[in-house]
Design a protein around this ligand. Structure first.
Ligand SMILES: Nc1ncnc2c1ncn2[C@@H]1O[C@H](COP(=O)(O)OP(=O)(O)OP(=O)(O)O)[C@@H](O)[C@H]1O
Ligand SMILES: [Mg+2]
Length: 207
């Protein structure tokens, strides 16, 4: 049996005096996706950010073992975070951070993804002019472009119409064959479509 990808031991996370994550000890295994579920405010986003290293635990250990933690992670934020620039400039900036691609190759990749997502016409559009669902699609393209070994996806299907919902579901299903996916959803059917490795949170505790 493979070593766990990430081990969490007695993780606590406090903001001021409120305890948001309360003594979580779990293993994130390699292979099939891991889904985090739970009610609004249960601590799902906080746990995902702890796993990705965006937050540091107040106490406890997060251990990647023999698996090196990726320097840059593909993280889909629940709330859109963009630069005050065009769609392509936002995507180019993300790729520049990975230092993996030269500018011409990056520009071509961005064009290819926008084309695949039927969003070619928005290449030069200012990000603020997109609808909420379109921003979600650009955020998804950004995580695909970054393409780290682990994808952290906070509610990836938010605000997608039926067409894009199926399209993104298929893309993630394909991706899960070669990358570890850790995703948050409120839909048990969706979770079960991807995996039977489901973590349920309730007021900061695994239940
Ligand atoms: N910066 C913060 N300061 C204070 N409290 C916070 C902060 N961020 C989150 N919390 C609290 O931590 C708890 C967990 O928040 P979190 O965003 O992780 O929940 P969630 O399970 O992702 O919820 P949702 O389904 O609404 O996205 C909530 O009670 C929230 O009010
Ligand atoms: Mg959340």
């Amino acid at each position: 049996m493979n070593d766990p990808l990430i081990r969490l031991k007695n993780i606590y996370y406090k903001v001021n005096e409120s305890l948001i994550i309360d003594n979580v000890s779990i293993n994130i295994n390699q292979g099939q996706p891991t889904v985090i579920m739970g009610k609004n405010g249960a601590g799902k986003t906080t746990l995902l950010k702890l796993l990705a290293g965006i937050y540091r635990p107040t106490s406890g250990d997060i251990d990647f073992g023999k698996n090196k933690k990726p320097d840059i992670v593909s993280f889909l934020f629940q709330q859109h975070i963009f630069l005050d620039r065009s769609v392509s400039e936002n995507l180019l900036h993300a790729l520049a951070c990975t230092k993996k691609n030269d500018k011409d190759m990056s520009e071509q990749k961005i064009k290819d993804y926008l084309n695949e997502f039927n969003l070619t016409n928005y290449h030069d559009t200012h990000i603020k002019k997109l609808s909420t669902g379109q921003k979600q699609l650009i955020s998804l393209i950004r995580v695909f472009l970054i393409d780290s070994s682990i994808f952290f996806l906070d509610e990836p299907f938010n605000n997608l119409d039926q067409y894009y919902y199926s399209y993104v579901k298929d893309l993630l299903s394909d991706l899960s064959k070669t990358r570890k996916i850790i995703l948050i959803t409120h839909s048990r059917d969706e979770a079960l479509y991807f995996t039977n490795d489901i973590i349920s949170l309730e007021t900061g505790r695994v239940v």
